[in-house]
Write a protein that binds this ligand. Structure first.
Ligand code: PLP
Length: 336
């Protein structure tokens, strides 16, 4: 049976304009914490924005041919899901180079959406840097000899990834907070989300503090990177000065906050949202007043196997939160 379902091309009009919600049980009367729920994007994560902007840019440059081109990309999952869903909807095939450590659910979604997978034994977030970057090298090796067929967006270097957030995430946060945002926090993989959103926000108000979150070494936080284990991608290097402060999130605190968000806010979040929540609380502790906005990049529905393995939820707890969660949106791939 062919499991591939091609979404309609107009699905891309649903990318962005995600909700910003206050985390009432963590806010105080003077320090308010808000989460931008990126799983409301049609393919379930913040990476829909980067994927769409990169495909749009390639179309604009005439690099893609409908029903002929194959888009190939190294990714830890969310970019792969977004690129596959968007490209299929717009008429392009997709091949994804993915570290074998990525969750089983993520790989299943990619296959269902019709991507061809190439697995490598890379870090959870593909390594960047000559000699270490298995997924990136493999994608380059496959695509380079066949430029007539293959197009590799390369989110680690492609400025469309930055522009996606400069043109969408930043303006949305500014509007949703009526310009009253004091701190912006997000986890970092390619650095597209932080550099794009922060550049826009700082142009509006240079006093907004930008806090970047990296994962601990040897981490389990899909989508995030540790910058000692892996070099900083070119895209991030170009604008890294935009960051005012760096936090490192541990596996333990991230999973603890995944659980706390389920219990206190009825939110079922992915691991990197736990990292952002832990960092928002650390930043809030030092403040007398402020409005902090954090990116919750994806929800917890792709991570049951990881949460089982790490003892985050019992089966009963997981299915309870899945049933009773506030603010869960059905991604397009759930219909496949
Ligand atoms: C779950 C998750 N959080 C955060 C990020 C970081 O995004 P960026 O690549 O824009 O730095 C990603 C990127 O893949 C992600 O998948």
């Amino acid at each position: 049976m062919n499991m591939t379902t091609v979404a309609r091309p107009d699905i891309v009009s649903q990318i962005g304009n995600t909700p910003l919600v206050e985390l009432n049980s963590f806010s105080t009367s003077s320090v308010k914490l808000f989460a931008k729920l990126e799983w409301y994007n049609p393919f379930g994560s913040v990476k829909d924005r980067a994927a769409y902007w990169m495909v749009k840019e390639a179309e604009r440059k005439g690099l893609l041919r409908k029903d002929k081109s194959v888009i190939i990309e190294p990714t830890s999952g969310n970019t792969g899901i977004a690129l596959t869903g968007i490209s299929q909807a717009l008429g392009y095939k997709v091949e994804i180079v993915i570290p074998d450590k990525v969750s089983a659910e993520t790989k299943k979604i990619l296959k269902r959406l019709g991507a061809t997978l190439h697995e490598t034994s890379d870090d959870l977030c593909p390594r960047v840097g000559a000699g270490t970057d298995q997924s990136i090298s493999l994608a380059k090796a496959i695509s380079k000899p066949r430029p007539d067929i293959y197009y590799m967006p390369n989110q680690y270097e492609n400025d469309a990834n930055f522009l996606a957030h400069y043109e969408s995430t930043g303006p949305e946060i500014w509007k949703q907070t009526n310009g009253d945002v004091t701190h912006f926090l997000t986890g970092c993989g390619t650095g597209g989300t932080i550099t794009g959103t922060a550049t826009f926000l700082k142009e509006k108000n240079k006093n907004i503090k930008i806090i970047a979150i990296q994962a601990q070494k040897n981490h389990l936080l899909q989508g995030l990177r540790n910058f000692e284990e892996s070099s900083m991608p070119d895209l991030f290097l170009r604008r890294q000065k935009i960051v005012d402060e760096w936090f490192t999130a541990t596996n333990e605190e991230s999973f603890r906050l995944v659980k706390a968000l389920a219990v206190k806010e009825r939110l079922l979040v992915g691991p990197s949202s736990g990292s952002v929540m832990a960092s928002m609380l650390k930043a809030a502790e030092k403040l007398e007043s402020g409005n902090l906005v954090g990116i919750f990049a994806d929800d917890g529905t792709k991570f049951k196997s990881l949460y089982d393995q790490q003892g985050v939820f019992t089966d009963t707890e997981y299915y309870n939160i899945l049933k009773n969660a506030k603010n869960l949106s059905k991604p397009a791939y759930a219909l496949v």
